[in-house]
Design a binder for this molecule. Structure first.
Ligand code: TXA
Ligand code: MG
Length: 337
């Protein structure tokens, strides 16, 4: 299990690249240096590995993660670039700029990375991070490598202090040169939304693109996907903490539990028959979207444990159960680390 595992530290170099790539391939978590801050990396296509990021950080909710790529070519495999996005990537990549772009429906990135959204945040980091991604051959999902609520780490020692025993490997590349998280922007029609200020300034981006760079105000919603109360609410009514099933219910359950009246369910999805919260987290968005159909009126969800990743799973289920709200009024925060 995550806690109590041996965390190794290895200095940046060819051996570190090979070890990091094989550890990521095996589904483990690896802290890697980038020019901004250290990232807590997992193979972005591996749902259980991505779930383990939230578990290791103790994040109480599934906010979306940045997909790190080694090139514009790799980014094009997962998101769609318009002219402005291409201009920005060509100018600033590799570097401290994250672009929020429409995800390709066929992208292999696991839905937990985007928090179930139709967009993906992508960034091409410099240096050994890029070499590790190339060696892996796939995008890497990585938030900052700190426990939830603590400051982002800019040295390997800082990572070890926060996450030792919870991750497999720390690649020590010395202090981060920028030391501040990447700027996050979303190109829109006729303007660019600045979702997080960072090393690259709004003025620079406006000068390069000739477009206004706007800070979306909190009521503008869209961006704070994870914070929206009714985010990802399926069309039907969602009943949480269900201990019995009503005839015709679509049931989402956990841990192989058999509920009273379950034989009357129209369909049943067990998020993890073995009772593994990491597996349940990895299956959560797929289950919600499978039951998000206009002809499904009622979804019952059996109790999910609150421990560990259960907190984030229950947070997302509560959002799914909240009454659907108008997206223009429901945001209560904006993108932040
Ligand atoms: O410099 C950085 O960006 C570092 C290094 C490791 O690359 N990463 C980082 O990740 O700061 P994190 O998870 O701490 O912050 C990512 C931010 C969050 O505020 C998240 O809400 C936002 O990116 N984000 C990710 N995907 C998004 C999306 N599809 N739409 C809007 N915001 C998104
Ligand atoms: Mg962060």
């Amino acid at each position: 299990k995550v806690q109590g595992m041996m965390t190794r530290t290895i200095s940046a170099g060819p051996t570190a690249v090979a070890e990091a790539a094989s550890s990521l391939t095996a589904g483990n978590l690896v802290a890697i240096p980038t020019e901004t801050v250290y990232g807590l990396a997992a193979d972005a296509t591996n749902g259980a590995a991505v779930a383990a990021i939230f578990e290791a950080k103790g994040r109480p909710h599934f906010n979306p993660l940045i997909s790190h790529v080694d090139s514009l070519a790799m980014a094009r495999r997962i998101v769609v670039f318009d002219e402005v996005a291409t201009l920005l990537a060509e100018r600033y990549w590799p570097g401290p700029l994250t672009l929020v772009l429409p995800a390709r429906p066929e992208a292999a990135v696991h839905p937990l990375v985007s928090g179930g959204l139709s967009t993906l945040a992508v960034r091409a980091p410099r240096g050994i991070a890029a070499e590790i991604i190339t060696a892996l051959g796939r995008p890497v999902a990585a938030p900052s490598a700190n426990p939830s609520g603590r400051v982002s780490p800019t040295t390997a020692a800082h990572v070890v202090h926060g996450l030792s025993g919870r991750i497999d490997l720390v690649v020590d590349g010395g202090p981060c040169s920028v030391g501040l998280e990447s700027t996050i922007v979303a190109p829109e029609v006729g303007r660019i939304a600045l979702l997080r200020a960072g090393a690259i300034t709004a003025e620079e981006i406006a000068a390069l693109t000739g477009l206004p760079v706007v800070r979306p105000d909190e009521n503008e919603a869209i961006r704070a996907p994870g914070q929206m109360k009714s985010h990802y609410a399926p069309a039907g009514a969602v009943r949480l903490e269900a201990r019995s099933v009503r005839p015709g219910d679509h049931l989402i359950k956990f841990g192989g539990a058999v509920l009273e009246g379950e034989e009357g369910a129209a369909a049943v999805i067990d998020l993890s028959p073995a009772g593994d919260l990491r597996e349940a987290a990895a299956n959560l968005f797929a289950a919600l979207s499978a039951f998000d159909r206009s002809d499904i009126a009622r979804i019952a969800v059996s109790p999910i444990p609150q421990s560990g990743l259960g907190e984030a799973i229950n947070d997302r289920l509560r959002r799914a159960a909240a009454p659907r709200q108008d997206a223009s009024t429901s945001a209560v925060g904006s993108a932040r680390a």
